[in-house]
Design a protein around this ligand. Structure first.
Ligand SMILES: [Zn+2]
Ligand SMILES: [Zn+2]
Length: 173
């Protein structure tokens, strides 16, 4: 699953390249991606590196932090990342840099390959915690029932969830 654009000769001549994206997500994002990655990125030469600017949208399926239910989360990603053409520029120079975000190589053979850029963007913009809906009631900490589907019948009132482990400990002794 690779997004390729044969615009390398334009970049070599210091001309911007417009890349319309409408392709399956690259492998290795670690998330289930629903549908295609869509958007537009302009690659603009800036001397030694290439600036990638634009916008892409992708929908990932995440587990709710409260009830674990898988639900779609749309990511609208503004792109402004430094890239480089590894086979044109000196790769050694980039290895010596200690930036947090080194330029992303976007060259693969004779073509521009945006899969690494898009892969990193998806990982970077996937929220670490997400809810299936803002008022998700979560799971009962006693019987594990999904409280969105109605009350489970357990006595919950007055028990601080932080004390629940203590309570179950007392129950055992
Ligand atoms: Zn939920
Ligand atoms: Zn319960």
């Amino acid at each position: 699953m690779i997004m390729r654009y044969a615009g390398l000769s334009r970049l070599r001549k210091n001309l911007p390249v417009q890349c319309a994206i409408d392709a399956p997500a690259p492998e290795g994002t670690g998330e289930t991606v629903l549908g295609l990655v869509a958007g537009e990125i302009v690659l603009r030469p800036t001397g030694r590196t290439i600036m990638a600017q634009g916008q892409v949208a992708v929908t990932v399926e995440l587990a709710c932090a409260r009830c674990l239910r898988p639900h779609p989360v749309k990511l609208d990603v503004l792109v402004a990342r430094e890239c480089c053409l590894m086979q044109i520029d000196d790769p050694e120079a980039y290895r010596e840099r200690d930036d947090d975000l080194p330029p992303i190589p976007i060259l693969s053979g004779d073509e521009i390959d945006l899969s690494e850029l898009v892969r990193q963007l998806i990982i970077l913009h996937t929220p670490p915690r997400s809810l299936c809906r803002p008022d998700c009631k979560g799971l009962c900490d006693q019987c594990g029932a999904d409280l969105n589907e109605g009350p489970c019948g357990c006595q919950q009132q007055g028990v601080d969830p932080r004390l629940a482990p203590l309570k179950s400990l007392l129950k055992e002794t």
